[in-house]
Design a protein around this ligand. Structure first.
Ligand SMILES: Cc1cc2nc3c(=O)[nH]c(=O)nc-3n(C[C@H](O)[C@H](O)[C@H](O)COP(=O)(O)O)c2cc1C
Length: 186
């Protein structure tokens, strides 16, 4: 698949995973893709912990309530350091977002599935902090996202997305197209 096909094929997977373990070299390839992402002023504020030990995975699952990705054989935890790139400008969110997208694309290319779980683990119940505690993450790092990795057992559902012309234009913002869409109730 070309990179464009990989980008278009990638979708969030929230179903059951097959039992197959993910080989270490594939997990390293995925993490390397994440670390190869650009970062503001090359501050490299993103770090990763991949969990593929079944005992550690089960400990993590005890703190994820409601549960997600219960059958995934591996999970990549994304850590960020809120370091300013210059003056008061911190690009840590952009840095880890670029790293996550790179990893999602690598996961797709290697034939695995995943989902960007950030809302679930950074909500008020602070599941991410509990996972960080279990993984001995030191002060100064926030665990902001988990990416399960494994082979999908079920069909992947493709969500409905807005059309190209509702969100992208050439040379000027196109209010007319947007109003047409609203008029059509689309
Ligand atoms: C910042 C961010 C946070 C997300 N958090 C969650 C989450 O907590 N739980 C979840 O099921 N999906 C989460 N997602 C996945 C989105 O729901 C998903 O990308 C979106 O519905 C579009 O579907 P697609 O990934 O198949 O294109 C998150 C995505 C992003 C970018």
């Amino acid at each position: 698949m070309s990179i464009i096909e990989i980008i278009k094929n990638r979708h969030s997977y929230r179903g059951t995973y097959k039992d197959d373990k993910v080989p270490k070299e594939d997990l390293v390839t995925i993490m390397e893709a994440g670390l190869a992402a650009p970062s503001g002023c090359n501050m490299q504020t993103t770090s990763l912990i991949c969990v593929d030990d079944p005992d550690v995975l089960s400990k993590i699952r005890t703190v994820i309530d409601p549960p997600i990705a219960e059958t995934a054989p591996a999970m990549i935890c994304v850590l960020t350091q809120r370091i300013n790139a210059y003056r008061d400008k911190c690009f840590a969110v952009q840095d880890y977002s670029a790293a996550i997208e790179n990893m999602l694309l690598a996961i797709e290319e290697l034939g695995y599935s995943s989902c960007w779980y950030e809302g679930h683990i950074t909500d008020d119940d602070r599941i991410g902090d509990k996972i960080a505690g279990l993984l001995n993450v030191p002060e100064g790092y926030d665990l902001v996202c988990v990416l399960p990795v494994g082979i999908a057992e079920d069909e992947i559902t493709v969500p409905k997305k807005k059309s190209f012309d509702e969100r992208a234009w050439f040379n000027s913002f196109n209010r007319n197209v947007l109003e047409n869409h609203r008029g059509n109730g689309t």
